[in-house]
Design a protein around this ligand. Structure first.
Ligand code: NAD
Length: 286
């Protein structure tokens, strides 16, 4: 087993992760705290067996004394069948992005939702949350719905090109939420005008998927706009919203705080969020 402060090892398992900023954030924060901490990439694309090698990879890392691993696309759901305990938030979201081995048991958790919630609290601390439009009901969208519930949203309308996906997510979230009502939206033009703000969770706006996922004319200066896309940080959606005078939040905070949460699970020590943000920003400029 790894000692609490020496030979601490963790890593990231997923596909197409060579350009991920998470290893840099994790390693630099470990160095800043004088920890003997390493964080490796385990790219399923280059593993013999591909994504099917996940079970044996987890077995190996646990046997070798790793503190834990982050899990990303395409394994966040697949890993659920390979762990012993699931945290209540990961169960509600139906996705795991952090596995710890520390107690001899594999525990699956989700720091994506907490990352978004923490970034939102800091970046948009005073915006109204009576009615929120969420665009996108995929893997990240499930974490955002859960976060909006934890942030105290009154109603969350979920819109997705795949209407059934929006409905399934809304139904699932209603099962785990006591005070937030989740509804699928099938007419974004009609429903968005009644909303206080928007959280965008589709791939639109990424460098490889340019554009905006809704008609920009629907956005008014009274709306706040949060985009979880972070490549690039200034998406077309944020540019339009900023130009209209909306309060906006980019996707960097979610990426930073998911790493802050995971660092604490792996090392037992709190990470410094401002330092983590500076590592993320330096990567952006590199
Ligand atoms: P995904 O493929 O699982 O889901 C995307 C969903 O968007 C799908 O359900 C799809 O039907 C829907 N969609 C696509 N285009 C649409 C449109 N024009 N209108 C309405 N719905 C549309 O992807 P994901 O894993 O949920 O990730 C979504 C994006 O979130 C990623 O591209 C990434 O940029 C971002 N992300 C950011 C962070 C972060 O830390 N900031 C973390 C995870 C994901």
């Amino acid at each position: 087993m790894s000692d609490a402060r020496t030979n601490l090892r963790a890593g990231l398992i997923g596909s197409s992760i060579q350009a991920s900023r998470t290893p840099t954030m994790q390693m630099r924060e470990g160095a800043a705290q004088n920890l003997d901490y390493s964080y490796e990439i385990f790219d399923l694309d280059v593993m013999p067996g591909g994504p099917a090698s996940l079970p044996s990879l987890l077995d190996r890392l646990q046997a070798e004394g790793y503190a834990g691993v982050n899990i990303t696309h395409p394994a966040k759901q697949q890993v659920i069948d390979l762990i012993d305990d699931l945290s209540p938030d990961a169960r509600a979201i139906a996705a795991v992005n952090t596995v710890t081995f520390g107690t001899g048991k594999r525990v699956g958790r989700n720091t994506d939702w907490w990352g978004f919630a923490e970034a939102f609290r800091r970046g948009l601390p005073t915006v109204p949350l009576g009615r929120v439009m969420q665009l996108g009901a995929g893997g990240a969208g499930a974490a955002i719905s859960y976060a909006l519930g934890q942030l105290g949203a009154g109603e969350v309308w979920i819109y997705d090109l795949d209407e059934q996906r929006a409905q399934v997510l809304a139904d699932r979230m209603n099962q785990s939420s006591e005070s937030t009502r989740f509804k699928a939206s099938f007419d974004i033009a009609r429903d968005f005008v009644t909303c206080n703000g928007l959280v965008h969770c589709t791939p639109m706006g990424m460098t490889k998927y340019p554009g905006i996922a809704l008609d920009p004319d629907l956005i008014s200066p009274n709306h706040w706009v949060s985009d979880i896309v972070y490549v690039p940080l200034e998406t077309e959606l944020l540019r339009v919203a900023r130009a209209k005078g909306c309060q906006v939040l980019d996707g960097s905070g979610m990426a930073v705080f998911q790493a802050v949460g995971a660092f604490e699970y792996f090392t037992g020590l709190p990470a410094n969020p401002d330092r983590m943000q500076s590592y993320f920003d330096a990567f952006e400029l590199a």
